[in-house]
Structures are given as structure tokens and as C-alpha cells.
Design a protein around this ligand. Structure first.
Ligand code: PLP
Length: 392
């Protein structure tokens, strides 16, 4: 049995919290209109800009990631307008549900769950739906471990329409390259509990000038999620309502950690963890859900079936002390997903594969102990040799 308080949480969010961040969140409470809180809000917002790749202020909303998805919908699209939603998995599907709930005409582009949306496919879809006012995309589709090519998709949208490009970056921002301004993304959103190493409770949203014009004209009534209120209050160095102050303390420490490691090193670390995970899975003779070309650096989905009962396997892993996620919707019971984002390093990936081998062995699946760990280590070793110990 694992030690009571030593579970290796390797699901694609919430993710483990670095000790320094945990400590920072224990600070005594401060008033949300105090000068200290103002500095926290303003500095956190500014220091998040490189994570988004934007010069726009990053708005901080207290709410889960879905609150940011909903904020994007209610602010950017008016009732009765048309919006396209590209659905590559469960989170694209969530965008589609929100859009429908708010009286927007949904133009839904379904892509098989395991594939990325290709620019040509989106281009053809947009030609069939010239009235769409916004195109909703998912950067990392957490349910399948697919990273959609946002740069190319944003370019495609701009070539074929005036629609806003709205992107859910919840499960990858902070771990992958994001150049919102350069790529022409109009609204980018993320949440606190995935690659940003915080507890759940904060959502972050950046908005282009073009999108602000649309938002200002949008007659739809809204209150808590009115982004204009967040923008106007930020210029006054505050938030419209009481923010999750403790998480703001934590966020400051997260941004310190990001600064110390360096963003390109962080991106390289996540790529390495992805490569290690994929090599480990292959060494075990298991099948990866997403193809290499669109694999996400933050989450790896693996197919069950044959000799592998996914739910029994996850239970066995939990006994050993590692928690991985199952599948969502129709992939429930068919896949498992390893989260490797945020406060996770190559050594943690080795630990996960140690446990995976042991769990498979205990379940009677033919496996050569050490084979996956060896494959993971070889990936890591080759990177270290060619680059003097640092990832990349
Ligand atoms: C986790 C996640 C969300 C938000 O989920 P919440 O539970 O509301 O925080 C949205 N999109 C993606 C891609 C996610 O992975």
C-alpha cells in the first residue's frame, strides 16, 4: 500500500502543487482592495503575458476553467449569431454545449477523437458556413492527448472569414509555446490547476483588440463573467469582485518558478516527458491513442483492450501509489491517460513507468520488468548527452 499522504497524482489536472507554492498560499489573508492585493493582481497579470504570448492584459477570474470557456462564449457571441465549434474530444464538446445553451446557432465540426483538426478540413467547413462569427478551438484536447495546430488553424480562419478565433488552452498553457498575438488568436483562456501548478479556482483570459470591439458591441446581458468589468477594474489595479486571494499568493510563486527555470526550458521539459512516455508505452507493446505528429506534451492517452482491462489496471496502479485518469464519454473504460504537466519532471515519469510495469505484471499481463523504464531512460539519456545535461 502507498503511504497515506504520498500519492503520485498523474492525472491531467488537478496537478501536484510545488512546496514553495503551497507555502505561499498559507500567508495570512489580506484585504482584496489593499495596496498589497493590487500589486499582486497587476504583477501576476503582467507576468502571465509571456505565457500567453500577448501584450494584452491577462484578466484573472475566480472560477474553474469552464468559467473562462463560458466567459468567452457569452462575451464574444450575441444571441442568434452563428458560431463554429471544432470538436476533437470532450472539451470541444463542452464548448459546443455552452454555445447551444446560450442561444447561439451551433455549426459543429466533429473530428474523430484521437486526431487533430487539419487546416484543410476547417477551411472547407468555413466555406460551408460563411456566417460564423466565432470559431472555437481546443489547444490541447485533454480527453485524447491531442495538441491541435492552433497557429495553422488560426491562419486558416483569418483566410476564410472575419470570425474571431477563440482557444481553450486550459490543459497546456504554461507548458507549450503560445504566441497568441503573432498567431492571431482573439481570445485565449486557461485555468490554474493544470500546467500552472495551482489548485483549481482561477481562470485566465486574454483578449485581442479586435475581440474587444466585438465584446463592446455585444448586446447580450451578463454580470459575473462580463469581461469588460475585469478589464476596466484591472486598469484600476483591482478585480471587480473578491478574487481567490490565496491563489494569487500562489500564482506569484508559480511565476517565480517559471522565471527561474526559463520558459524555453519548461517547454523542452514537457516535450521530453512526452517523448519518454511514448517510448515507455511502446516498449510495453501498448497502443498510443494520438499519432506522434499531434501528441500533446502534457498528457498521453493509451488504449486498453486485448489483455488490458483499463479500470482494473488503474485500480492496481492506485494500490501501488500512482493515480492516472481514465477515458471520458465513449472512451470510458477504453483508455487511460497519464498527466505529465506542471510540477512533474523526467524522474517522475520514470516512477510512473515503474508502477505501470508492476501493475501490469500483477495483473498477469506479459511484461518484461524494466523494459519500459529502460526505454524512457534511453530517451532521457540521449537528450542529456547531446545537450550537456539540460533538456532540449
Ligand atoms: C480541465 C479543462 C477545462 C476546464 O475544466 P474545469 O473543470 O472547469 O476547470 C477546460 N478545457 C480543457 C481542455 C481542460 O483540460
Amino acid at each position: 500500500m502507498p503511504l497515506a499522504d504520498k500519492t503520485h497524482l498523474r492525472i491531467p489536472g488537478p496537478t501536484p502543487i510545488p512546496p514553495r507554492v503551497q507555502w505561499a498560499m498559507n500567508q495570512p489573508m489580506i484585504g482584496h482592495r489593499s495596496g498589497e492585493c493590487s500589486r499582486l493582481v497587476v504583477e501576476n497579470s503582467r507576468r502571465l503575458q509571456p505565457v500567453f504570448g500577448t501584450d494584452q492584459p491577462v484578466l484573472i477570474v475566480t472560477g474553474s476553467g469552464t468559467s473562462a470557456l463560458e466567459a468567452a462564449v457569452v462575451n464574444a457571441v450575441a444571441p442568434g449569431e452563428e458560431a463554429a465549434v471544432v470538436v476533437t474530444g470532450a472539451f470541444g464538446d463542452r464548448f459546443a454545449k455552452i454555445v447551444t445553451r446560450y442561444g447561439i446557432t451551433l455549426r459543429r465540426l466533429d473530428i474523430p477523437w484521437s486526431e487533430a483538426c487539419q487546416p484543410e478540413v476547417l477551411a472547407e467547413f468555413l466555406q460551408q458556413h460563411p456566417q460564423v462569427k466565432a470559431v472555437f478551438l481546443t489547444y490541447c484536447e485533454t480527453s485524447t492527448g491531442v495538441l491541435n495546430p492552433i497557429r495553422e488553424l488560426a491562419r486558416t480562419v483569418h483566410q476564410h472569414s472575419d470570425a474571431l478565433v477563440i482557444v481553450d488552452g486550459v490543459s497546456c498553457l504554461g507548458a507549450v509555446d503560445c504566441r497568441m498575438d503573432e498567431w492571431g488568436v482573439d481570445i485565449m483562456v486557461t485555468g490554474s490547476q493544470k500546467a500552472l501548478m495551482l489548485p483549481p479556482g482561477l481562470a485566465f483570459i486574454a483578449v485581442s483588440d479586435r475581440a474587444w470591439e466585438v465584446i463592446e458591441r455585444n448586446p447580450r446581458s451578463r454580470f459575473y463573467l462580463d469581461l469588460i468589468a475585469y478589464r476596466d477594474n484591472l486598469t484600476k489595479q483591482t478585480t471587480p469582485y473578491t478574487p481567490a486571494v490565496s491563489l494569487l499568493f500562489g500564482l506569484k510563486e508559480v511565476l517565480n518558478l517559471i522565471q527561474e527555470e526559463g520558459f524555453s526550458a519548461i517547454v523542452a521539459r514537457h516535450r521530453l516527458m512526452m517523448e519518454m512516455s511514448r517510448a515507455g508505452i511502446r516498449a510495453l507493446g501498448l497502443e498510443l491513442l494520438a499519432p506522434d505528429a499531434f501528441a500533446s506534451p502534457t498528457v498521453t492517452a493509451v488504449k486498453g483492450g486485448g489483455q488490458l482491462d483499463v479500470e482494473a489496471f488503474r485500480k492496481e496502479l492506485r494500490q501501488i501509489g500512482v493515480v492516472v485518469a481514465g477515458g471520458q464519454q465513449h472512451l470510458k473504460g477504453k483508455i487511460f491517460r497519464i498527466g505529465h504537466m506542471g510540477y512533474c519532471d523526467p524522474l517522475d515519469v520514470l516512477t510512473v513507468f515503474n508502477a505501470i510495469e508492476l501493475a501490469l505484471f500483477r495483473l498477469g499481463v506479459p511484461v518484461e520488468l524494466g523494459s519500459a523504464v529502460k526505454a524512457c531512460e534511453e530517451v532521457w539519456a540521449n537528450v542529456s548527452r547531446t545537450h550537456h545535461g539540460s533538456a532540449q
